[in-house]
Design a protein. Structure first.
Lengths: 329, 332, 389
């Protein structure tokens, strides 16, 4: 597939780096906050997968719809959800993106067309079919992007969704974030066929594998796929090959993989890849990196401060939001 | 709407009219489900609709309950008004995750940002010797879940008009049609233009006890009440119409009037909607009772295939009458 | 600046961990993101990372020690002022207020406590049963309730209070009954006859009748017997009336004394007036009324002296046959044992039937065995054909 690649410029490079650094700093702060019992429940971090989040979200328009998983902080930040609201949601405060009601696994922002946040593996795929169907029937130019992991590929919903999307030619971009592990199960022990793109093609979808550590490649592939879909090409699957530096969730002794493997991947992680490449092409300096990292950490510190001072939803409100309180159109 | 149906019709015809009226009234409405288009619907409810409205609005789906129910949820969020037909409640189990973890829960998880104005229609119930896997009555199970609304039209008027009320609701509504009701015939009330889905309805007044029921069991209760009248026992019959929310006020008013309650529910008795209603009566009308609450439910067995066993397992007018007689005789 | 390094929570259900290994020693530098120790948890060994650049100054926990989440493991010296520390005192979520959360169900539900029972007394079913056992009148209870709810202990309290004065009244009554019985035994020459009756037909007839009646009007078996005795007494001479001043006073109306057990012992037999002329429904209603008033202690003395013949039964208490004492100045008393399923000969075969052992105790100064047996046969015939009652 010959895709047009957007030029690698300083502006583009620094923009993408900043976006990835915001995510990395946010995730690292979450580790500490979780250890201090500020964030509770389950916490799934995306260190190592920042290029997937930033590259894909950069390739979409604000009118497009996004469905994600429980490992969604990076996707949400890259999509443009305010970091303050996100951190407050992690803390469970009323000024969180879901009023604190959802927590880490249930981030929603209807204004940004970000529809969660789903704790059931594969649970977002059927939902994304519907969003895409609505776009098609209402003759909108917008598309729907659904992020899911290699674990979801084993669920029946994945196959039902590929089939239905192709059958009805829905504007649905299947973004498989293959980090090689479904919790503690390596993909070799879960899938009879390791190349995920080969699972989509028999259903009639166009499918492409992408180096998920290369943010430029991810952005280019996403833009190209979306452009084809807007022109009426039908659903597309991108398999973004990446790696998860931290455990599945916080409480993970990672008995199922070697430290050596993790270290090897860390050496070719998204931040290092981008920085090395931009420096090699003379497009950025170490000072640029330090400045961007300081700014990211400072933004995260401000978000933590915001969350620390934010209020709790009153207990008397407990039974609200079970049914809609909106005026119904 | 061209050529609206009036006068005497079957429950099936009334349901179809409801769908036609909705499709004509709002361009956002469309149907999705297995065999609803070219086949005309498993129970012939959607017969003719494909010809009238076309394949974009009457969409046959593959056998992918999870996918097309989820698609219904997403389409509802995305600005359309889908009516999803799951062929029977027995197959809804394949979509249970989408119904519970998405449809019922998205409003709450998003802190109220999202509403899911989806209607899911399902055939339900037993009595045609379809055996264990095709005979469930799971309305009570679904009524357990906050975030859903559950309605059970049991009359011609309700079959015709409950759908519109469900479509006007911003929350997901599960609408159950008992398979035995499809062939039932009756007169559509001539001047009726709509119904609400928040309240129960007294279908027959009585002074000695109230039969509390819904859906396919309503007519069994009315039959039993006729026979009991011949024995000098006057039974009131209350059609619940909505299982979530339950109309507590109507239930308690009937219990206070009659002092005795018998709940007739086609689910299995353990953890059933009958159990829930009994508990609410104990909570709210304990001192008005002159006898313990009784219930007639399906026997605790997967529904068997042979007719005599199926008849023995399901609620029937005979079992209802026996239960009432035992209740009235002051037997312990 | 010195800061504490504490054991972090690594999972929702982690409460503690065992320090397995220190990766840094006092004096060594540590960088942000670097692992400083390894701890053992229920899931296995996990690296614990440090979030500051600094130097380890002290290790407070030795390898092998089990520590709770939040406990201080080590101390570090880091650059910067105290204000740079991220951790501020955690603000706990507000406690749920002690009052119940305002339950606003989405249902258009009725208020929990029924306000609208419209002045009816609210007595728990268990309390009602206790009241019945103790013979406490519901009207009295209702007055005590005054809008609230009565429970078992309320009923028992009331009964205990009512007990004391009632005791005196009751023992006085026993004395009176006792002397009357003694006189009757002394003065009246009793003869006894017994007849066993198949109560089956009467029972079946009764069931059919009762199926058509509302609960409050349903007939009990005793009422059938009362009517049968009344009709027989009207028809056959010598059993309805008084023996006074050395002679028998035949009396036209038949007032059947009906034995009613008192709580705390004793039997009284107030009269059902004109029992031969009233239909069963009326007799049933009047009998129920008598029972109520007897138990509430509201009887008229005339009701005790009006009886012209008495029917006595111990109901379900268990004996087959009674041998009663005539209530002077009456001249006869009919006793009914418990109706029980027993063997019976019918058309040459043994069948099981509900049998009633009727006894007649009569005054031999007025009647003899022959009229006595005609009397009993008449009762039996009426019971066999309840339609005639």
């Amino acid at each position: 597939m010959n895709e047009a690649r957007a030029p690698v410029t300083r502006e583009r490079g620094l923009r993408l780096l900043r976006e990835m650094l915001r995510i990395r700093c946010f995730e690292d702060a979450c580790v500490q906050l979780y250890g201090e019992l500020k964030i509770r429940g389950f916490l799934h971090l995306c260190n190592g997968e920042e290029a997937v989040a930033v590259g894909t979200m950069q390739g979409l328009e604000p009118t497009d719809a996004v469905v994600s998983t429980y490992r969604e902080h990076g996707h949400a930040l890259a999509r443009g959800l305010p970091m303050n609201a996100l951190m407050a949601e992690m803390y469970g405060r009323e000024s969180g993106s879901s009023r604190g009601r959802g927590g880490s696994m249930h981030i929603f922002d209807v204004g940004k067309r970000f529809y969660g946040g789903n704790a059931i593996v594969g649970g977002g795929l059927p939902l994304s079919l519907g969003l895409a169907l609505a776009q098609k029937l209402q003759r909108q130019k917008a598309v729907t992007a659904c992020l899911f992991g290699d674990g979801a590929v084993a669920e029946g919903e994945f196959h039902e969704s590929l089939n239905l999307a192709a059958l009805w030619q829905l504007p649905l971009l299947f973004l498989c974030e293959n980090n090689l592990y479904a919790m503690g199960t390596a993909i070799e022990r879960a899938e009879s066929q390791l190349d995920i793109t080969t699972k989509a093609r028999p259903y009639g979808l166009e499918a492409q594998a992408v180096d998920g550590m290369d943010v430029f490649a991810v952005e280019d592939a996403t833009r190209a796929a979306v452009a084809r879909m807007r022109a009426g090409a039908g659903p597309v699957l991108l398999e973004l090959r990446t790696y998860r530096f931290r455990g599945h969730s916080m409480f993970d002794a990672q008995l199922y993989r070697d430290k050596a493997e993790i270290e090897a991947w860390q050496k070719k992680g998204p931040l290092i890849s981008l920085t090395t490449r931009l420096k090699a092409q003379g497009l950025m300096s170490e000072e640029d990196y330090q400045r961007l990292e300081r700014e990211a950490r400072s933004e995260v510190a401000a978000a933590v401060e915001f969350a620390e001072r934010a209020g709790w939803e009153p207990v008397e409100q407990l039974e609200r939001f079970v049914y809609a309180e909106l005026p119904h159109a | 709407m061209p050529e609206p149906l009036a006068g005497r019709m079957s429950y099936r015809d009334a349901a179809r009219e409801g769908l036609r009226a909705a499709l004509h009234a709002d361009a956002r409405i469309f149907l999705m489900g297995e065999d609803i288009g070219r086949y005309g619907g498993c129970y012939a409810v959607t017969k003719g609709l494909l010809q009238e409205f076309g394949p974009e609005r009457i969409r046959d789906t593959p056998l992918s309950e999870s996918a097309f129910v989820g698609a219904g949820i997403g389409a509802a969020i995305g600005g359309l008004r889908p009516i999803v037909e799951i062929m029977t409640v027995n197959f809804s189990l394949l979509a249970l995750d989408q119904i519970l973890n998405n449809a019922a829960t998205l409003c709450h998880m998003s802190g109220g940002q999202i509403s899911v104005p989806l209607v899911i229609r399902m055939a339900t119930g037993a009595g045609r010797q379809l055996a264990a896997q095709h005979s469930h009555s799971l309305e009570g199970w679904y009524a357990h879940i906050p975030g859903l609304r559950v309605v059970t039209p049991a009359t011609i008027d309700d079959a015709r008009f409950m759908l519109a009320a469900a479509l006007a609701c911003p929350d997901p509504v599960l609408l159950f049609e008992h398979i035995f009701l499809y062939n039932m015939e009756g007169e559509l009330s001539p001047s009726l233009t709509g119904v609400e889905i928040d309240h129960a309805a007294v279908r027959r007044s009585g002074r000695d006890l109230v039969l509390i029921t819904y859906g396919g069991s309503l007519h069994k209760c009315l039959t039993a009440a006729e026979q009991l009248a011949g024995q000098g026992i006057e039974a009131e019959v209350l059609d619940l119409r909505t299982l979530r929310p339950l109309d507590d006020a109507a239930i308690m008013a009937a219990v206070r009037r009659t002092r005795r309650a018998v709940i007739v529910d086609e689910g299995w008795r353990s953890g059933s909607i009958a159990a829930e209603i009994t508990t609410r009566i104990v909570e709210q009308a304990f001192y008005d009772l002159d006898a313990p609450v009784a219930r007639v439910c399906t026997a605790e067995v997967p529904v068997p295939y042979p007719k005599h066993l199926e008849d023995a397992a399901l609620p029937s007018p005979e079992r209802i009458i026996q239960t009432v007689q035992r209740l009235m005789s002051r037997a312990e | 600046m010195q800061i504490d390094f504490r054991l972090p929570s690594l999972g929702a259900d982690m409460e503690s961990a065992t320090l397995a290994q220190w990766l840094k020693q006092p004096g060594e530098a540590v960088r942000r993101g670097e692992a400083i120790a390894v701890v053992e948890t229920q899931k296995g060994l996990i690296d614990v990372e440090c979030f500051e650049d600094g130097t380890v100054t002290a290790l407070d926990v030795a390898p092998g020690a089990k520590v709770a989440v939040g406990a201080v493991l080590a101390r570090l010296s880091v650059a910067g002022t105290a204000a740079a520390a991220v951790a501020s005192a955690p603000q706990p979520p507000p406690q749920a207020p002690p009052a119940v959360v305002a339950a606003t169900p989405a249902t258009p539900g009725a208020p929990r406590e029924a306000a609208g029972t419209g002045g009816l007394t609210r007595i728990s079913p268990a309390a009602r049963r206790r009241a019945q056992e103790l013979g406490v009148s519901l009207e009295v209870l209702a007055q005590q309730a005054a809008g609230g709810v009565l429970h078992i202990e309320d009923v028992e309290r009331l009964a205990a209070r009512a007990q004391a004065p009632a005791e005196d009244a009751r023992s006085a009554m026993r004395a009176v009954i006792g002397s009357a019985m003694a006189r009757a035994k002394r003065e009246i020459p009793h003869y006894y006859l017994g007849l066993t009756v198949d109560f089956g037909p009467a029972r079946e007839w009764l069931a059919r009748q009762n199926a058509t009646l509302p609960i409050q009007e349903r007939l009990i078996e005793g009422v059938l017997l009362t009517k049968a005795v009344a009709l027989a007494a009207a028809r056959i001479e010598g059993f309805n009336g008084y023996f006074r001043e050395g002679r028998f006073e035949r009396v036209a109306p038949v007032h059947v004394g009906s034995a009613i057990a008192l709580r705390g012992g004793g039997l009284v037999a107030p009269a059902l007036l004109d029992a031969d002329r009233k239909d069963l429904k009326t007799l049933m209603r009047e009998f129920s009324d008598l029972v109520r008033r007897v138990r509430a202690g509201r009887m008229r003395s005339s009701e005790f002296t009006a009886a012209t013949i008495t029917v006595t039964s111990l109901g379900e208490e268990g004996v087959e046959t009674l041998y009663p004492i005539i209530h002077a100045p009456q001249v006869a008393i009919v006793g009914a044992g418990r109706i029980a399923e027993q063997a019976w000969a019918q058309a040459g075969a043994v069948v099981v039937r509900p049998l009633l052992h009727l006894t007649l105790a009569a005054d031999h100064r007025v009647t003899d065995g022959r009229s006595g047996s005609r009397f009993l046969q008449a009762i039996a015939a009426l019971l066999a054909d309840p339609e005639k009652l």
